[in-house]
Design a protein around this ligand. Structure first.
Ligand SMILES: [Zn+2]
Length: 350
C-alpha cells in the first residue's frame, strides 16, 4: 500500500509526501483560513516541511557518495525516511550518513542565528520572527533526531558505536530496545503528565519504527548466505492449463499445497492459487485453469539470495514464486518455506 504522493525529484531522487504530512498541512491551512490559528502557525508548518526536506536530502547526499542507491524519500511530519536500497552495514559509513541530517539542521540554525545577530534593528519584525521560527524548527528537528533510539538518526549513531563492540544484530537489538523504552516513556508522559496527543502519536511511530527495524535486521542477518536452492521444494507438482477448476481443487485437497505452476509443453505459462480458485462460484467450476490463472509471473532463481525472494514476495504480496533456471522450472519457493527456514535458523543461532 502506497500512502505517499510524489512531489518532485532532486539529485535524481523522487521526493514523496506521506499522506499524514499532507493531511497535517491541509488541516493547518484550513484552520488558518478560518482564523482558528494564526497564519504564522501555518507558515511554521511549511518551514517544518522545508526543514525535513533539507534534512533528508543531506542523508541521501552522503549515502549517494558511498554508492548507496536511494529509491525515494518519504516525508513524514516528524522527519523523513530515505528508502535506500541497502543501508551500508559498515558502522563508519552509517555513522556519517546518519549524522548528516541533524548536522544540516544545526548548520541552518547557526546561519539563522548569525543573520539575526548581524541584521538586528535592520530587518522588520515579521522577517525577524520568520527567521527565528526557522531557527527553532531546525534546532528542534536536529535535537529530536539525535535521540539515541530507533528509528531516529540517533539510534543509528548509537548502533554504529555499539557495532564496534558487539555484532550488528545485537547492536540493533539494543538500539531498538532503547527506542521502545523511550516510546513508552513518551506515551506515558503524553497521557499522564502533559496530555499531548502529538506526543502519543510520535511515541507510537517510534515504537513501531524500532520494532520493524530490529525484525528487518534480524531476518536479513539470519538469511545471510542462504539461497533459494537451499530451501525450495524441488519436486514441483504442476497442473495442466486445461484442468477444470474442480479438478484443481481436488488436487489441492490431496496434495495440500495452496499454489501450482501451470505447465504446457514443458513451459511455465502461469500460476494458480487456492485464492484464485475459491473466487469461482460453484456452478462455474467446469471452466479450465487457463482462464483464471495469473499469467504475469514473477520468478526466482536457485542462486538468488532468500532475502531478495522475501522482498519480492512482500512487495507483490504473493505467497510463492516459481524457481526457474535456464528457462526450466526447477522448484517452487513459498513464504511458508522462508518462515520455516527462519524459525530453524533462529533456533540454531541461540
Ligand atoms: Zn534523519
Amino acid at each position: 500500500m502506497n500512502l505517499s504522493l510524489r512531489i518532485f525529484t532532486v539529485f535524481g531522487i523522487p521526493v514523496e509526501l506521506h499522506i499524514s504530512f499532507l493531511l497535517l498541512i491541509l488541516f493547518i491551512y484550513v484552520l488558518a483560513f478560518f482564523n482558528v490559528i494564526s497564519i504564522q502557525m501555518a507558515v511554521l508548518i511549511t518551514l517544518l516541511f522545508v526543514t525535513v526536506v533539507i534534512h533528508e536530502l543531506s542523508h541521501s547526499y552522503v549515502a549517494k557518495r558511498y554508492g548507496v542507491n536511494i529509491e525515494r524519500i518519504v516525508l513524514l511530519p516528524i522527519g523523513g525516511v530515505s528508502a535506500m536500497e541497502e543501508i551500508p552495514k559498515d558502522p563508519g559509513q552509517e555513522l556519517k550518513i546518519s549524522i548528516a541530517g541533524p548536522s544540516a539542521n544545526f548548520i541552518i540554525a547557526i546561519i539563522c542565528y548569525l543573520i539575526i545577530l548581524i541584521t538586528t534593528n535592520i530587518i522588520s519584525k515579521d522577517i525577524y520572527s520568520f527567521i527565528y521560527d526557522f531557527l527553532t524548527v531546525n534546532l528542534v528537528l536536529g535535537v529530536f533526531n539525535l535521540l539515541p533510539a530507533f528509528p531516529m538518526d540517533g539510534g543509528r549513531i548509537l548502533r554504529a558505536f555499539l557495532a564496534r563492540r558487539v555484532d550488528y544484530v545485537r547492536a540493533t537489538e539494543i538500539a531498538a530496545n532503547v527506542g521502545k523504552y523511550l516510546a513508552i516513556i513518551m506515551a506515558l508522559s503524553g497521557i499522564f503528565i502533559i496530555l499531548n496527543p502529538i506526543l502519543i502519536f510520535i511515541a507510537l511511530f517510534v515504537y513501531i519504527g524500532a520494532d520493524q527495524e530490529y525484525k528487518l535486521i534480524l531476518i536479513s542477518s539470519l538469511l545471510k548466505g542462504v539461497y533459494v536452492r537451499d530451501i525450495m521444494t524441488k519436486n514441483v507438482i504442476t497442473i495442466s492449463p486445461d484442468t477444470s477448476i474442480s479438478g484443481a481443487l481436488d488436487l489441492m485437497f490431496m496434495r495440500k499445497h495452496m499454489g501450482y505452476p501451470v505447465i504446457q509443453d514443458s513451459k511455465l505459462i502461469g500460476i494458480v492459487t487456492f485464492h484464485d480458485l475459491s473466487k469461482i462460484p460453484e456452478g462455474k467450476r467446469d471452466i479450465s485453469v487457463s482462464e483464471i490463472m495469473t499469467e504475469e509471473i514473477i520468478l526466482s532463481h536457485p542462486d538468488e539470495p532468500v532475502v531478495k525472494t522475501l522482498e519480492k514476495l512482500t512487495k507483490y504480496n504473493i505467497g510463492r514464486l516459481p524457481v526457474v533456471k535456464g528457462g526450466k522450472l526447477v522448484g517452487i519457493v513459498s513464504k511458508t518455506d522462508i518462515m520455516r527456514a527462519l524459525e530453524i535458523l533462529r533456533a540454531r543461532s541461540t
